[in-house]
Design a binder for this molecule. Structure first.
Ligand code: ZN
Length: 241
């Protein structure tokens, strides 16, 4: 079986569509594993939800998903994120709201625990550093954990109590130790590369492949301008920051 690992689509329909086309071009997958934040920031939250739901998939809740339906507060959001959240809330259907509200915080699939932020704090904690990663290895019972939230493709390895960090390589062979893997962000990459980031897990090969996919950033920026979304949020897409 093959699984697409997608995080942080963030209402960016063009990026999401380009990623799905790329997946199809690679022979497709059996299921999509979505690591949360389908909505928030981007101009097409409802279209992204509808597209995701056409595919066999599992999905966990991200902070933006639950903030958009009022399940959590936006006090921790920066002003642009809070503005976008309010805009998103006004552009969801009742079916969208129901779907987002019912998302679980954690899902287990085979040797993976799947969360948005971190296993010990699924909605809010960012795993940027080896310190935060090291503190999380005891918080999941499976061999590996998949996280999003930082929008930075990365891998953390638990090596006899020592935690190591690397950027996610194009080909990651499993079997060498416990890992926390972040596939990067589909709809708002933040590692300086504006292309959409995602990964495919090939269960038979026990390999995670990671990809960067160009998409029409200018088209999304134009949609964001027309929606009146904060200018900084559209500008950052072309910087990948
Ligand atoms: Zn996010």
């Amino acid at each position: 079986m093959r699984y697409a690992i997608l995080a942080d689509i963030h209402g960016n329909f063009d990026a999401f569509q380009s990623v799905l086309q790329d997946i199809a071009g690679r022979g497709g997958v059996d299921e999509i594993w979505c690591l949360g934040d389908i909505v928030g920031y981007g101009p097409e939250p409802s279209a992204c939800l509808a597209l995701l739901r056409k595919y066999p998939h599992i999905c966990v809740a991200g902070n933006h998903d639950w903030a958009a339906v009022g399940k959590i507060d936006t006090v921790d959001f920066n002003p642009d994120a809070a503005t976008a959240c309010k805009w998103t809330a006004g552009h969801l259907t009742s079916a969208d709201r129901e779907y987002l509200q019912d998302l679980p915080l954690t899902v287990t699939r085979g040797e993976f625990t799947i969360v948005h932020g971190s296993p010990r704090d699924p909605l809010y904690e960012y795993i940027f550093s080896t310190v935060s990663a090291a503190g999380n290895f005891q918080n999941f019972g499976t061999m590996h954990c998949l996280v999003g939230h930082t929008h930075v493709p990365s891998v953390f390895m638990d090596s006899e109590g020592l935690c190591l960090k690397a950027s996610l390589p194009p080909v990651l062979q499993l079997g060498g130790g416990r890992l926390i893997v972040n596939p990067g962000g589909v709809g708002q990459p933040r590692d300086g590369d504006p292309r959409a980031g995602y990964a495919i897990y090939d269960e038979a090969e026990r390999v995670i492949y990671s990809y960067r996919i160009p998409y029409d950033i200018a088209a999304v920026q134009d949609k964001m301008r027309r929606c009146g979304l904060p200018v900084y949020l559209s500008e950052r897409l072309s910087e990948g920051l």
